[in-house]
Design a binder for this molecule. Structure first.
Ligand SMILES: Nc1ncnc2c1ncn2[C@@H]1O[C@H](COP(=O)(O)OP(=O)(O)OP(=O)(O)O)[C@@H](O)[C@H]1O
Ligand SMILES: [Mg+2]
Length: 256
């Protein structure tokens, strides 16, 4: 479904991606793990075309997305739904218009149809019609994430990208969102890529897991192998060990 090869990206002297290779099968749920600043969000933004990679290819069902612009890019992005790390809802639009932003913008539905459809998607993510007319800024973070999720799935995309869907949520809401992501991928027959730091979440959401480290995919395997990968990097990361191949910045004694 998605094939990434040799993806590189630098910002000034900061070489973030140094040759990312990744394959995702149709219908698979892939989780990408990696430390803060390792380039997880940059990778998703390259897929969406928000950031232009320096080199490499990203192909969706055989068609290279790198360098696509204008209508070709818009057509391609319609097949992809994304939940942004900070939900990225539009505060000046009521919840229902946020959910149906793309279908409304591309003129595929009337406002009346869109509102009705939005209520259906909101229910799908466990939200009541009562919030449809509220501005998103008035809602709690968990509800905002759900709205972001409803927006990502409202266009019934083939590929779903979730950037830190549960970060900042309490454990129970986080668990519900994990379940929603898993079931949505299944129900839509979509392919999913989820970024998370949370190992429990990764195990609930993923069929496969890839770990991004120093700009490359350092390990890739089935989720069942995650806790016993035999890979020192993965082992240190998933078990939260301070010693190992991953350099952890040293703290002053008082903070350690
Ligand atoms: N538009 C940009 N301009 C310059 N530098 C950027 C830009 N976007 C990302 N970076 C840099 O790229 C690196 C990777 O950023 P990215 O947001 O992908 O990290 P991440 O793995 O998603 O981290 P986190 O887990 O904290 O979200 C960081 O050093 C960041 O400062
Ligand atoms: Mg990020």
């Amino acid at each position: 479904m998605l094939s990434i090869q040799g993806l590189t990206k630098s910002f000034g002297g900061n070489q973030v991606l140094r040759g990312v290779d990744l394959e995702v099968e149709r219908g698979d749920s892939l989780v990408i793990l990696g430390g803060s600043g390792s380039g997880k969000s940059v990778t998703l933004k390259c897929i969406m075309g928000f950031i232009h990679p320096d080199a490499g290819t990203i192909s969706l069902e055989g068609e290279n997305l790198v360098g696509l612009e204008g209508r070709a890019r818009a057509d391609m992005n319609r097949r992809v739904g994304m939940l942004f790390q900070h939900a990225a809802l539009l505060d000046s639009l009521p919840v229902w218009e946020n959910v149906m932003f793309a279908p409304l913008r591309f003129g595929r539905v009337s406002r009346r149809q869109a509102r009705k459809a939005a209520v259906g998607w909101l229910e799908r993510v466990g939200l009541d019609e009562a919030i449809a007319n509220i501005l998103p800024g008035e809602l709690a973070t968990g509800a905002q994430k759900r709205i972001g999720l409803a927006r990502a799935i409202a266009a019934e995309p083939d590929l779903l990208l979730f950037d830190e869907p549960t970060t900042g949520l309490d454990a129970l809401v986080g668990r519900q969102i994990d379940g929603l992501i898993r079931s949505t991928i299944g129900d839509l027959g979509a392919t999913g890529i989820t970024i998370t730091h949370d190992i429990a979440s990764a195990r609930r959401i993923g069929d496969h897991v890839a770990m991004l480290y120093q700009g490359k995919i350092a390990w890739n395997g089935p989720v069942a192998d995650l806790l016993n990968s035999g890979d020192p990097l993965v082992d240190q990361f998933v078990h939260g060990r301070l010693t190992g191949p991953i350099a952890v910045p040293s703290l002053p004694q008082a903070l350690a």
